[in-house]
Ligand binder design. Structure first.
Ligand SMILES: Nc1nc2c(ncn2[C@@H]2O[C@H](COP(=O)(O)OP(=O)(O)OP(=O)(O)O)[C@@H](O)[C@H]2O)c(=O)[nH]1
Ligand SMILES: [Zn+2]
Length: 206
């Protein structure tokens, strides 16, 4: 992606805390947890495959937590489809990394997300519902994600996303996004408005 002259934002220095094998439905990954230099642990984890040699762009997915979709199979969003697709895609590559980021509800948390769903059930779209609750449309930041990649010695990624903010967020924190790979899941009656709002209001490249 084109580089900018904007000064880089600070990212935390993180250290690897633990590594463990994680056999999944998509294949076996190494799950990695992290801590700050102070010892404080973070709740975000990485799933990695293959050797991360730092010279070629590493296929990468930044997945934002969605309890309702990822774990419970809700069809209101496309999160679970994207999680499964990205793990399967990474499993086909020589190497790759998925960051599972605990940014539930684009950063507002699960209780607020259910309040946002309630507002959506009354007619608001995803963005309007966040604003109605007094939040910006998206509270996520990518400093921790950049710190996790740096701790894994990953400087360049090939990013699976439709969200330009993720590309800008990583690059602002000093990670090069070499290219974007689209991640297109099925459109369902339950998520059609959600996807349309992402495209029209949030600038997703759908
Ligand atoms: N506030 C809010 N968050 C939602 C809603 N539906 C899903 N989410 C959260 O949205 C996050 C996923 O972000 P999306 O904007 O859908 O997609 P993205 O991950 O930014 O973009 P891609 O990389 O292209 O997948 C997860 O944290 C979900 O919990 C909603 O209606 N309101
Ligand atoms: Zn979701």
């Amino acid at each position: 992606m084109p580089s900018t002259a904007v000064p880089l934002l600070r990212r935390p220095t993180l250290l690897v805390l633990a590594r463990a094998q994680l056999p999944t439905r998509a294949g076996t990954f190494t799950a990695v947890s992290f801590r700050h230099a102070s010892g404080e642990q973070i709740e975000d984890i990485a799933l990695i495959r293959g050797a991360l040699d730092g010279t070629t762009p590493v296929p990468a997915r930044l997945h934002s937590e969605c309890l309702t979709g990822d774990a419970l199979g809700s069809l209101r969003c496309d999160c679970r489809d994207q999680l499964e697709q990205s793990l399967e895609a990474l499993a086909r590559e020589d190497n790759g990394v998925l960051l599972y980021l605990r940014q539930e509800g684009r950063g507002i948390g699960i209780a607020n997300k259910l309040q946002a769903y309630q507002a959506q059930d009354r007619g608001l779209d995803t963005v309007q519902a966040n604003l109605h609750l007094g939040f910006d449309d998206d509270l996520r930041t990518y400093d921790i994600a950049a710190g996790m990649l740096a701790a894994l010695r990953i400087q360049r990624v090939s990013l699976y996303t439709n969200n330009p903010r993720k590309i800008a967020g990583l690059e602002a924190h000093g990670i090069d996004v070499d290219r974007r790979v689209a991640l297109l899941g099925p459109t369902r009656p339950e998520n059609v408005r959600y996807l349309e709002t992402k495209r029209v209001k949030s600038g997703h490249l759908l």
